[in-house]
Design a protein around this ligand. Structure first.
Ligand code: AMP
Length: 226
């Protein structure tokens, strides 16, 4: 049996987090907990959370920490996360969120925090080319579109550019990443949880690097009885 894992994946928008998290979630048989996907689902449903989040997201800003922390704490309390683990994608994004996550995971600590590293000029190009299924969130690009006429290969949904992938919103998000999220790399390095993985290259090669980095950590974690 493949052991589960409790992971956080950090990385700039466009580093390939979404694609790699789906692959890691299949490999380790753990849920992919993407706060961006959860918020987009809330916007689509028109729930109160969705109405609050929509303008902030379209603008490339950050939803307040207390709102995000409640959403994630609820999700990590579910049975699947408690028994096998999870891959957190898009959370934490601020030191405040990381501190709250530390409290939520006090009993079952993270095995690793991975920084999927891709330079800013590369991600700018990737985001301009990115297309996403509006139903299931599968990622495509103008260079690797779905087989039929922008219809998702996985679920048949409509594939198009994300509302917040405009150049202005992307610059704002990268700026926020530099100011608010990049300091988390140092924060987790100090706590000896950080692994930096090069995100450049073929998708399969990046997945192999990620699995190797995670396996090295989980083996140590399980050997220590965690
Ligand atoms: P993502 O798909 O991770 O790029 O997230 C899309 C948008 O959702 C972000 O630009 C934020 O507006 C919002 N969002 C997602 N996760 C968080 C978070 N942890 N904290 C605050 N806002 C978030």
């Amino acid at each position: 049996m493949i052991p589960g894992a409790r992971l956080v994946i950090l990385g700039r928008q466009g580093a390939g987090k979404g694609t790699q998290c789906v692959r890691l979630s299949r490999h380790y048989v753990v849920p992919h907990v993407s706060t961006g996907d959860m918020l987009r689902a809330a916007v689509k449903e028109g729930s109160e959370l969705g109405r609050k989040a929509r303008a902030i997201m379209d603008d490339g800003g950050l939803v307040p920490d207390d709102v995000m922390i409640d959403i994630v704490a609820d999700r990590l309390a579910r049975d699947d996360s408690r028994t096998r683990g999870y891959i957190l994608d898009g959370f934490p994004r601020t030191v405040g969120q990381a501190e709250a996550l530390g409290e939520v995971t006090a009993e079952q600590p993270l095995h690793a925090v991975i920084d999927l590293d891709v330079a800013e000029e590369v991600v700018l190009r990737r985001i301009a080319d990115r297309r996403v299924c509006t139903d299931c969130g599968t990622n495509y690009s103008v260079h690797a579109p779905p087989r039929y006429d922008w219809t998702c290969d996985v679920c048949g949904g409509e594939v198009r550019q994300r509302d917040d992938d405009t150049e202005e919103a992307v610059r704002r998000r990268l700026d926020l990443y530099r100011k608010q999220t990049a300091p988390l790399i140092e924060w987790y390095a100090e706590r000896r949880l950080l692994e930096v993985v090069d995100g450049l290259g073929a998708t399969d090669d990046v997945t192999k690097r990620l699995v190797a980095a995670v396996d090295a950590r989980t083996r140590r974690g399980f050997a220590a009885g965690r």
